[in-house]
Design a binder for this molecule. Structure first.
Ligand code: FCB
Length: 440
């Protein structure tokens, strides 16, 4: 990898911090959602999670052992503005101030994300992301955080995964706030992209030396067969899954074929919005985990011509296919299609059925997953992609949203009884890999 390449790890505030009601933190949509029956696995919540609000020095010590060069964490908006706007909670900002100083002291570069899904509940009560005003409140919050940390933090992410915010939060309702809005969800998609653009302006105004961009999650998309109906279904899926978010940010327009198909975006886009959303970024984050194989549901399998796509690839405990080629393919494809700024893989990693045996976790499957995805990233670099870093999801096992604590993505095992962090074999492997020893 090129000189200065950052090997890092990623987490998010609600998934690790706990301390949900201390030091003036306000309620977030994830508090409300996880405390409402039926929304998460066995009603599990992030109330305690990995206790990182208290144990952040342990996390930093762990990162040192893992040879981590960069830490992508997120800032909890409701710690900073308990009601989303209005009164500032200095204690909330103090926490991130300490964390940043602690990272810098040991030479780990902070890469904070300003929004990783924990919207203040007070803003959801006035419409959440379906209310355009939320984007402006986000910019106010971003300005305050950048003003406080921008003398030491130079690498920022505005929004994590707008697809998840809009699609899972406001269409399928599997994520907080759990709304199912077959049409209005588009406003959430647009408003969260607008928040990115306005947030970028706010960060730059407060901390001019900043580098800032968005993180978008994409799937490798393939048709189930060469049948024209499957191909058309896959093409449309790729537009709504990936390009609905990539194109506005990187080209300043929603994909026209999807606009025509679904009629989205007629009312919500105001003059000037697309220019704000598409303002050039300093860097761009791509999250990649898996592939989606798409079929036209109206076609009977017997009508599907060969060749069918191979679908018995290994799967993770999330049910996601392990498909490393998708990462190199997409990086190279986007590099050709868009005028990309420097790019980071801002998340990639895997949940498998880990077991703690005799104080160790022998997760060879995770080592293999990471090795194959690191190799895919190297292929993209050889193909000319200006990739600057790779962040593994995640530093440690944590609260995996609606799945609660059932999905273990960590390089370290979290013992939720004792809050001990135990480095898995994959963590040792990562540490040696980054340290230049290149095992396996
Ligand atoms: C991503 C999220 C992250 C985590 C991983 C597994 O979509 O950004 O918080 O849930 O998936």
């Amino acid at each position: 990898m090129p000189g200065g390449f950052v090997w890092g790890v990623a987490t998010a505030a609600y998934q690790i911090e706990g301390s949900h009601n201390v030091d003036g933190r306000g309620e977030s949509i994830w508090d409300r959602f996880s405390h409402t029956a039926g929304n998460t696995y066995q009603g599990q919540t992030g109330d305690v999670a990995c206790d990182s609000y208290v144990r952040w020095p342990d996390d930093i010590a762990l990162m040192r052992k893992l040879n981590v060069g960069g830490y992508r964490f997120s800032i909890a908006w409701p710690r900073v503005f308990p009601n989303g706007s209005g009164d500032l909670n200095h204690k909330g900002l103090d926490y991130y101030d300490k964390l940043v100083d602690g990272l810098l002291e040991v030479g780990i570069t902070p890469f904070p994300t300003l929004y990783h899904w924990d919207l203040p509940q007070a803003l959801e009560d006035t419409g959440g992301w379906i209310n355009r005003d939320t984007a402006y409140r986000f910019a106010d919050y971003a300005a305050v955080v950048a003003d406080r940390l921008g003398d030491r933090v130079h690498d920022w992410w505005t929004i994590n995964e707008p697809w998840c915010v809009a699609e899972l939060g406001y269409r399928s309702g599997t994520h907080a706030p759990g709304r199912q809005e077959p049409r209005e969800w588009f406003a959430a998609a647009h408003d969260v992209l607008l928040a990115h653009g306005l947030g970028m302006e706010a960060v730059r105004a407060a901390a001019p030396a900043s580098k800032v961009g968005i993180v978008i999650n994409v799937d490798a998309v393939m048709p189930r067969s060469v049948h024209a109906a499957d191909q058309a279904a896959a093409a449309m899926f790729e537009l709504q899954r990936n390009h609905w978010y990539l194109d506005p940010v990187l080209k300043g327009e929603y994909p026209q074929a999807a606009v025509d198909e679904y009629g989205w975006g007629q009312a919500e886009v105001e003059p000037g919005d697309m220019e704000t959303i598409a303002a050039p970024m300093d860097h761009f984050g791509l999250n990649y985990y898996s592939r989606s194989v798409i079929r036209d549901e109206s076609i009977d399998d017997r009508e599907r011509p060969q060749p069918l796509i191979e679908t018995d690839l290994p799967r993770t405990t999330m049910g996601w296919e392990v498909y490393p080629d998708g990462l190199s393919d997409l990086l190279i494809k986007y590099d050709r299609e868009f005028d990309l700024p420097p790019i980071y893989v801002a998340e990639n990693g895997v949940a498998f059925a880990d077991e703690l045996v005799g104080g160790a976790v022998h997760d060879e499957d995770r080592c293999a997953y990471l090795e194959s995805h690191f190799a895919a990233a190297a292929t993209a670099v050889e193909g000319g992609v200006d990739l600057r870093g790779f962040f593994v999801w995640s530093l440690l096992d944590n609260f995996e949203w609606q799945h609660g604590y059932t999905q273990r993505f960590g390089l370290a095992w979290t013992d939720y009884e004792t809050q001990h962090r135990i480095i898995k074999d994959s963590g040792h492997w990562f540490s040696s890999f980054v340290g230049g020893k290149r095992p396996m």
